[in-house]
Design a protein around this ligand. Sequence first.
Ligand code: GMT
Length: 377
Amino acid sequence: MEKKLKIGIVCYPTFGGSGVVATELGKALADKGHEIHFITYSQPVRLGSLRKNVRYHEVNVSDYPLFLYPPYELVLASKMVDVAKHEGLDLLHVHYAIPHASAAYMAKQILKREGINLPVITTLHGTDITLLGRDASFEPVISFAINESDAVTAVSQSLRTDTYKLFGINIDIEVIPNFLNPTPINEDVVKEIREEYAPDGTPMLIHISNFRPVKRVMDVMEIYKRVNELKPSILIMVGDGPDRSKAEQFARDNQLNDVIFVGNVKNPMELLSAADVMLLPSESESFGLAALEAMASGVPVVSSNAGGLPELNRHGVSGLMSNVGDVDEMAKQVFYLIEKEERLLKFKDQARERANAFSLEAVLPLYEKLYDKVLNS
Ligand code: GMT
């Protein structure tokens, strides 16, 4: 793509994978010379210090006593209109159907009245489809917002299939997988982590998530308990969320003294580089960005085979997979990986190699091509 564009990116600015992907996409596009305008309610966690070609527009919802629920979507739509008009956006790329795609629809209609055409691209990430799609109170708005987008992408084939199954969709959904933009690793920090948490070659297992029920963190604990009986190891639990205290209680009740809960970490790449095996037993996972980050750090993944995970994790290559809830099998698989150093090293290399298929170089052109198509249609 030759022409440099002005692109608005709307995402959840939090620790979730969708925010990470949207932020990394924006940063990569800015590096290629496009002008990127992030429109979010707080600065995206992975944005870091502001850089060339990147601007940030905060959406502030005033808390009037009149509102029982502050109307975030309306303020977001107004901000989209304002940025599109005054910055001269060529297109808006929203991540998540609600409220972002529905707010974008409203912004688009307002701009249309003023003679401005603002194409909207919606990227579906998962929970808006796999969880909210089953909820009748959201379904009509999600279907409408998807159908009214100028282009729609899903982060895996599995998510695309689920979207067609759960919603009345009459628009083509293109699969563009998530990607990783590698950040330089500080090897001294990796060494320090290893020395602090897992000295003397003790295997270090890791789990990263938002500790929501869909992540099945209690399965992580059950798997670790079994593995630890076979081979003493360390488990690092990264992130925070509703099931964290339950998992902490389980560790105390079972005297699992080598489970360390580190909370949310802005950039987990050093922690990952120090780890040996990643555990991701999720109930559903449209892609599994945390697994990709692990693989890119040379960490094989023991995961469930839910959703889009089989499109990422290659069984017997980048890691191993089992049915959701089969903690006995997953524990056996972790032990199989850490039992022999030679085997673990082989899996580590293979995980790194598999992650290359999801490099920025491979995926960024797919988004640029889509922008081109939408703008020329
Ligand atoms: O996993 C979550 O609950 C967070 C959610 C998000 O908003 O980031 O993750 C979804 O989008 C990620 C980025 O595309 C995917 O890697 C995750 O698999 C997906 N989560 C689920 O499908 C549960």
